[in-house]
Design a binder for this molecule. Structure first.
Ligand code: C2E
Ligand code: CA
Ligand code: CA
Length: 398
């Protein structure tokens, strides 16, 4: 391991524990190790000429003066390019939530572990730093920024396309549907993901332009798939803000019929994370959409604040467990409980349950055992354009 090229900073108030960590790092081959006994001192070091020399910060949580949480918050502002290892004697659940907090602050977290940290674990985390330099978390930050005018111009020129992610049935392993995910095929910047435009469109009250473009294209895709003998449902994301317009349901129906598809082929996914502002209008729309035969799915389940409320009021037929729980439920107890109880609740309310973000065989097997109905995730396929979906359908066998 190329550890000798890396710079470490150990932030730990207990002398014995700090020396132990330094010893462990040395035996991994680390040559540059700085030490600090509290958060303030560590920040000073990171803001000084030492700064560039540090690649990985190991940090305790319970420290006098400035605790680890505050330290990480400040750190994210001055040096978000370093990697973090949180190591504490506090309860595992607390350490875990601090780990999540660090990620939310945009820091690259290699791991959050209870004391004492083992040599193998430490080595694994350092290796992770070496093999995955500045990865996933950066994508949202690194993606190009656009103004609302640029986005609207792109919409006007119909530069937006749905990509499709296959959805697989656990029991039969068959392809049962595909979710349409918006992509901006930008003439200069290439394929742009939704994080660069959805929120801006919603805030500007302009999301409907995208919604209807996606709906029509998804309906056309669904028709083409049927014509080729692939009977798939197509899911389309519907923004909660659109539901305030009482004329929405007939417009959606029309867009789908224009594309040559029947409503029962289309599932509308609604994310519960935003508050429903015009509840009466939203309920009217959703009841009417169900009446026309559309499937209704509650998206990102578990991340919002009004989950139960919405479910009991709206005739949903599918619940999608948010990928943040699926990602770590095989080794995180709390996530496992959320996943298990979501599946049970969905079934009691006669809904199908879909897990998103399935990336490993282990997650597949566990979800199948738990009785989850279907899945999406990189384990099977990433979102792809329509031509690739045709190829996928032809090549996919159970
Ligand atoms: P979502 O509806 O929760 O979609 C799932 C997201 O997870 C997609 O991101 C997909 O590419 C990603 N994903 C799927 N499987 C995996 C996996 O195994 N691992 C990982 N790490 N990620 C996976 P994407 O395409 O970037 O979309 C982001 C969000 O943007 C969507 O989240 C959805 O809320 C929103 N969105 C996308 N298209 C539309 C649209 O046409 N209208 C509206 N209103 N929102 C949209
Ligand atoms: Ca979705
Ligand atoms: Ca989702």
């Amino acid at each position: 391991m190329e550890t000798n090229n890396l710079g470490f900073l150990v932030v730990e108030d207990d002398d014995f524990q700090r020396q132990t960590l330094i010893g462990m790092l040395s035996s991994l081959g680390a040559a540059r190790i700085l030490e600090a006994t509290n958060g303030r001192q560590a920040l000073d070091m990171l803001c000084s000429q030492h700064s560039k020399a540090v690649d990985i910060v190991l940090c305790d949580l319970n420290m006098p003066g400035m605790d680890g949480m505050e330290f990480l918050r400040h750190l994210s502002k001055v040096r978000s390019d370093v990697s973090i290892i949180v190591n504490s004697a506090l309860d595992g659940a607390i350490i875990n939530s601090v780990g999540k907090m660090a990620k939310e602050y945009g820091l690259r977290l290699l791991g959050s572990v209870e004391k004492p940290i083992s040599m193998a674990r430490l080595e694994g985390m350092v290796r992770q730093h070496l093999t995955s330099p500045l990865t996933v978390k950066r994508t949202a930050v690194a993606s190009p920024k656009f103004t609302i005018e640029e986005i609207l111009q792109g919409l006007k020129e119909k530069q937006f396309e749905p990509y499709f992610q296959p959805k697989i049935d656990f029991s039969t392993k068959r392809l049962s549907g595909a979710e349409s995910l918006a992509r901006w095929i930008h003439p200069d910047h290439g394929v742009i993901t939704p994080y660069s435009f959805i929120q801006l469109l919603e805030e500007a009250g302009q999301i409907d332009g995208l919604t209807f473009l996606m709906l029509e294209k998804a309906a056309v895709a669904c028709r083409k798939l049927l014509d080729k003998g692939h009977v798939l449902s197509v899911s389309v994301n519907l923004s909660l803000v659109s539901l305030g317009d009482t004329e929405l349901a007939p417009k959606i129906l029309q867009a789908v019929l224009n594309g040559g598809t029947e409503p029962h082929q289309i599932i509308l996914e609604i994310t519960e994370s935003a508050a429903m502002t015009n509840t009466a209008a939203a309920l009217e729309n959703l009841a009417r959409l169900r009446m026309h035969g559309f499937g209704l799915s509650i998206d990102d389940y578990g991340t919002g604040f009004s989950s139960m409320q919405q479910i009991t009021r709206i005739p949903f037929n599918e619940l999608k467990i948010d990928q943040s729980f699926v990602k770590d439920f095989t080794d995180n107890h709390t996530s496992r409980v959320v996943v298990e109880s979501s599946i049970a609740m969905a079934h009691k309310l006669r809904m199908k349950c879909t897990a998103e973000g399935v990336e490993t065989e282990q997650a597949w097997n566990t979800l199948k055992e738990m009785g989850c109905d279907s899945m999406q995730g990189y384990l099977i396929a990433k979102p792809m354009n329509l031509n690739s979906l045709f190829e996928f359908c032809n090549g996919y066998s159970t």
